[in-house]
Design a protein around this ligand. Structure first.
Ligand SMILES: Nc1ncnc2c1ncn2[C@@H]1O[C@H](COP(=O)(O)OP(=O)(O)OP(=O)(O)O)[C@@H](O)[C@H]1O
Ligand SMILES: [Mg+2]
Length: 306
């Protein structure tokens, strides 16, 4: 019996599209430990949201398995609600505009036949309990995201997934929401799977980071090690392209080079076409997993350890 809370093993997800199939997840293996925050980073289209949907049981797998507290994740919505909370990028789209927000926050409770106090949940996420009678359009973006976080935490699930939770918010509100996430984690002891483009927020929040590229994790490890001593050239390129503090509103520029068609079936390293260190071996041989203490990467010619 493993001690991991979430165990993602060799997961494959395929989408059939015109002209072939996209392997949105192509052998993803990851673990999340109790009480930790694992950040998943990578450029647009690398499979982050597909991974979140797979963990929620919303996405059927074409291979591999996902277990949460030792149980396979597929289950009824009711059973899943008790096990995973979800915070989406856009709180306006994820809250029913016709419902008072107090009702939205209580929806997971209703699903499992429990009752509770919406006002108390509002207080836990820093909202005035009188706001329970408001509609989403009567709240600010930051307040709506607090409602969404309250809803995700209502049943005190052991895992909360956040998919770009601050991307739709003003810069001035982002720090407040990140602090709230830290506080609720301390209070509830839950784990976070935190998906983001924004490397600054990842460094602030995450204990560990997994870097994804074209459907696969290419490097993972403790946050500071990943930021100060990346081993995979893609991680290094991502960090180099990260915006400076003054330009935080912009997404990082992806590394230069040709991005492969997402329908590509890779034989060698999927980053080879864009990698400054690529050699013939990279094009025709899949780099296996190399582990070094608490970190792992998939690369034949890793960046020298500093
Ligand atoms: N329902 C779908 N049908 C077909 N292709 C899909 C579907 N959902 C996702 N994809 C494709 O799967 C790949 C991964 O998409 P996904 O949304 O998981 O990426 P992402 O990392 O979340 O991107 P972003 O940072 O833009 O949110 C992309 O190539 C995308 O076009
Ligand atoms: Mg996404």
């Amino acid at each position: 019996m493993s001690s991991e809370l979430l165990e993602i093993s060799d997961v494959q997800v395929e989408f059939n599209v015109a002209g072939g199939a996209i392997r949105a997840l192509d052998g993803v293996t990851l673990q999340v430990n109790p009480g930790e925050t694992l950040a998943v980073v990578g450029e647009s289209g690398c499979g982050k949201t597909t991974l979140a949907r797979a963990v929620l049981g919303l996405q059927s797998l074409s291979g591999g398995s996902i277990t949460l507290t030792g149980e396979k994740i597929h289950g009824t919505p009711r059973r899943m609600a008790e096990r995973v909370g979800m915070v989406w990028q856009d709180p306006y789209a994820s809250l029913n505009p016709k419902w008072k927000v107090g009702r939205s926050v209580m929806e997971p409770m209703r699903l499992v036949g429990k009752s509770g106090d919406a006002g108390k949940i509002f207080e836990e996420v820093g909202l005035d309990p009188r706001f329970v009678d408001r509609y989403p359009h009567q709240l600010s973006g930051g307040q709506r995201q607090r409602v969404a976080i309250g809803r995700a935490l209502a049943l005190k699930p052991p895992l909360v997934i956040c998919d770009e939770p601050t991307a739709a918010l003003d810069l001035s509100i982002r720090a407040q929401i990140l602090n709230l996430l830290k506080d609720v984690q301390k209070a509830n002891g839950c784990s976070f799977l935190y998906i983001s483009h924004d490397l600054t927020t990842v460094r602030f929040l995450a204990d560990r980071v997994a870097v994804m590229y074209m459907g696969r994790v290419v490097e993972e490890g403790p946050t500071e090690e990943i930021f100060t001593n990346p081993r995979h050239p893609y991680t290094a390129a991502l960090l180099e392209s990260a915006p400076s503090l003054e330009k935080l509103m912009h997404l990082p520029e992806p590394p230069v080079g040709e991005v492969p068609d997402p329908k590509t079936r890779f034989v060698g390293c999927r980053f080879a076409s864009r990698c400054p260190h690529a050699q013939d071996l990279c094009l025709n041989t899949d780099p296996g997993r190399t582990t070094e203490a608490a970190r792992a990467y998939f690369c034949h010619f890793p960046v020298k350890s500093s």
